[in-house]
Design a binder for this molecule. Structure first.
Ligand code: AMP
Ligand code: GLY
Length: 420
């Protein structure tokens, strides 16, 4: 098969790496890709958010299957364009992608199917929102409705923070994503992410993970896209997983189908777990980044069969083959991230690493310049390892980190601490 993966991050590097291990994969193309992806696939340059451009590329290159990595092409309807052109693809329609693109939409779905989640109210007017917050009290959570690259959530731990967050969102800090505000009850508990494939009807869990969102050790400092992750997540016991599927995920999939907008793709359920009960924090309609990297390290080449079964509506006929293993990824980011940082700094030592099915450096934001790997983003490398225990995976990952020579980058040294 000729397979096209859309995206350019560590998530897409991991997807491409795993897909390539499957003998069904003859030709692998990633658009736009990055310097790490270029070592294992062809990279192509075109506008991946333009459905017509993606379809044309697939027709010219006889692509048999498209895997859509990030949320932007999904929200832009690239899966719809491919479906209309008869090209098999993995990823939800724009209508189903609203489960990530609109927090208010997701809340309405949860209401319709009685899925446990935080209590909430929606506002398009700052004064009404502030009156509500004053009546509810802090802590309380303020969210811009739309896609804000993971930054549209303000934790109002004090009343001032909550009121400030409302001003920030309605003041345009998140652009069009902030024309509506969702205000939520603050949920306590431990967070974990569950990844579930849905073919529109059937669901299949492809793993759980926990990530570290804060930039600093001990989970302190500003939020980031994620500084590291590990799988499995001890807090996601078999019982909790079963409750989450029964009370949250399957009802969501059923409700989307009932509305005539079935969800086909991966549902990334952010869960808050307390006293044995999971509640939904949010959905994403794509694999997490860097959570995908640890999932792919554990799943390997079978992921292609799973994604194909998902796209073809056969998830009830396939199983995941699990090993009793653990994977952990450490994000190396450019100094200054998540604030201002430099691009174009040289990274050395990657060639000397022994990459294998147990140890891989996935590139998140790199470019090739004069034959050298250089940084090309905030989160730059995902140093990922697998082991018989989480501790083993952690030790291997940090041994690789220590062999990388990049003075302009940093990482957290405590990825996995909550589980260890
Ligand atoms: P979201 O983009 O909705 O996942 O929110 C980002 C992060 O904010 C989540 O991963 C949680 O850590 C936190 N968060 C969001 N909503 C809530 C809530 N209702 N209660 C507590 N924490 C929340
Ligand atoms: N790591 C969080 C995300 O992918 O949204």
């Amino acid at each position: 098969m000729n397979i096209l993966v859309l995206g350019s991050g560590g998530r897409e590097h991991a997807l491409a790496w795993a897909i390539k291990q499957n003998p069904k994969c003859d030709r692998l193309i990633v658009a736009p890709g990055n310097a790490g992806i270029a070592q294992l696939a062809e990279c192509a340059q075109f506008d991946i958010n333009d459905g017509a451009a993606v379809v044309t590329f697939c027709e010219v290159n006889a692509v048999d299957f498209v895997v859509i990595g990030p949320e932007a092409p999904l929200a832009a309807g690239v899966a719809d364009a491919l479906e209309n052109a008869g090209i098999p693809a993995f990823g939800p329609s724009a209508e189903a992608a609203k489960l990530e693109a609109s927090k208010a939409f997701t809340k309405a779905i949860c209401d319709a199917c009685n899925a446990p989640t935080a209590g909430y109210a929606r506002f398009t007017d700052a004064q009404a929102a502030k009156d509500y917050v004053r009546a509810q009290g802090a802590p309380i959570v303020i969210k811009a409705d739309g896609l804000a690259a993971g930054k549209g959530v303000i934790m109002g731990m004090t009343m001032d923070e909550a009121l400030g967050g409302i001003d920030e969102i309605f003041g345009g800090a998140f652009g069009a994503a902030g024309t509506e505000v969702v205000i939520e009850e603050f949920m306590e508990g431990e967070e974990a992410s569950l990844f579930i494939l849905s073919d529109g009807k059937n669901v299949l869990t492809v793993g759980g993970a926990q990530d570290h969102k804060r930039v600093g050790e001990g989970d302190t400092g500003p939020n980031t896209g994620g500084m590291g992750a590990y799988s499995p997540a001890p807090v996601l016991s078999a019982e909790i997983e079963a409750i989450a599927i029964r009370e949250i995920v399957q009802p969501t999939v059923d409700e989307m189908a009932r509305r005539g907008t079935p969800f086909k793709g991966v549902l990334y359920a952010g869960l808050m777990i307390k006293d044995g009960q999971p509640r939904l924090v949010e959905y994403n309609v794509r694999f997490g980044d860097p959570e995908c990297q640890v999932l792919m390290m554990r799943l390997g080449g079978q992921i292609l069969d799973l994604l194909l079964a998902c796209a073809q509506g056969r998830l009830d006929q396939i199983k995941v083959n699990w090993a009793e293993d653990h994977a952990l990824t450490v994000v190396m980011a450019a100094n200054g991230y998540p604030g201002d940082y430099a691009k174009g700094t040289v990274i050395k030592g990657l060639d000397a690493l022994n990459e294998s099915s147990n140890e891989m450096v996935f590139h998140a934001g790199t470019a090739l310049k004069d034959g050298m790997i250089t940084s090309n983003g905030g989160r730059v490398l995902n140093v990922t390892a697998r082991g018989a225990t989480l501790q083993d995976a952690q030790e291997r990952a940090y041994a690789m980190v220590d062999a990388i020579d990049w003075p302009e980058g940093f990482c957290r040294r405590d990825i996995g601490w909550r589980a260890l």
